[in-house]
Design a protein around this ligand. Structure first.
Ligand code: PDD
Length: 290
């Protein structure tokens, strides 16, 4: 048996090294595709329906129909997870508009989409490190205007992330017209006078699945939450700043642009919500065993 992890490509399960696509694939030539990242705890997929709904919304936004239904995705992803169910995983899904015969900017009238999925371990020691607090910087958002699409065209995001890394920061918080919208790979929350604030969904940010869960958990816990624009000035004077994503969960930001946020430690409300988030994961793991 091969020791290579098994991946899914266009209807087949095969070892990673054998998964090949054409150099004419439009995902490769034009970044003409979309993706999802779905965590799985003890083999149980986290908010699968919401992730698939966002995948289909991203596909619709780039003029592609859904490529598989929920049952088909569930079968594929559960099979990939079977070999990894002991450790927490993030499942990566990518759908591109497939390979045409020639390189042509115009959309092909007929095509076979390329459908790919694989699993990667979630590093729990990395999460423990993040829980101590991360440093962030603000940068101008150089990305395009359709940030609600989970597009594989991530050059803007990765260059911004690297600019943050060059300054020993874990994330860049992106500004447009004086407002902070999200991180290069995460959504943004601030706490001010015990109120939790996150920017409303718009073309300026990805509608994060973790963001929605954090809002749900916070409301259920009696936290005063609002969806409102966050100005650069509000960001700079926040009591707490958090960044959320499927793989990093809720990251407390303890320094912004080299200035201490709050008291320089993960804040009180963060502690409370991190606990709720962890309980949510424990409940999911339990469901995996019934
Ligand atoms: N990125 N905003 C951006 C730009 C992102 O890339 C992500 C996640 C999020 C958070 O979305 P969610 O809570 O659904 O993970 C917000 C993933 C994890 C990635 O690109 O790997």
């Amino acid at each position: 048996m091969s020791s290579q992890p098994e991946v899914f490509l266009n209807g087949e399960f095969l070892p990673l090294a054998e998964a090949k696509i054409s150099v004419l694939d439009r995902g490769f030539l034009f970044a003409d595709g979309v993706y999802e990242v779905i965590p799985a705890y003890a083999g149980k997929l986290f908010r699968l329906q919401q992730h698939l709904e966002r995948l289909n919304n991203s596909l619709a936004a780039i003029r592609m129909p859904p490529v598989m239904n929920e049952q088909q995705w569930t079968e594929v992803l559960n099979r990939l997870l079977q070999t990894h169910s002991q450790s927490d995983q993030s499942v990566y899904i990518q759908v591109s508009r497939g390979a045409a015969n020639t390189r042509d900017h115009q959309l092909p009238s007929e095509y076979q989409p390329t459908i790919f999925a694989m699993c990667q371990s979630i590093a729990n020691d990395n999460l423990a490190h993040i829980a101590k607090g991360v440093h962030a910087i603000t940068l101008d958002d150089i990305r395009w205007d359709w940030c609600h699409i989970k597009s594989v065209a991530l050059l803007g995001n990765i260059l911004l992330k690297q600019q943050a890394a060059d300054q020993q920061c874990g994330e860049a918080i992106l500004l447009r017209d004086g407002y902070a919208n999200e991180g290069s790979a995460s959504n943004l929350f601030i706490v001010k006078n015990k109120q939790l604030i996150t920017p409303p969904k718009s073309h300026n940010l990805l509608p994060g699945i973790t963001r929605d869960l954090v809002l749900e958990l916070a409301s259920a816990d009696g936290v005063d939450c609002i969806e409102a624009e966050i100005s650069e000035q509000q960001l700079g004077t926040a009591d707490e700043i958090w960044l959320t994503s499927s793989t990093k969960e809720i990251m407390p930001v303890i320094k912004l642009n080299r200035q201490i946020v709050g008291n320089g430690q993960p804040g009180e409300l963060w502690q409370r919500m991190a606990k709720r988030y962890s309980e949510f994961k424990t409940d999911l793991r339990k469901q995996a065993h019934v």
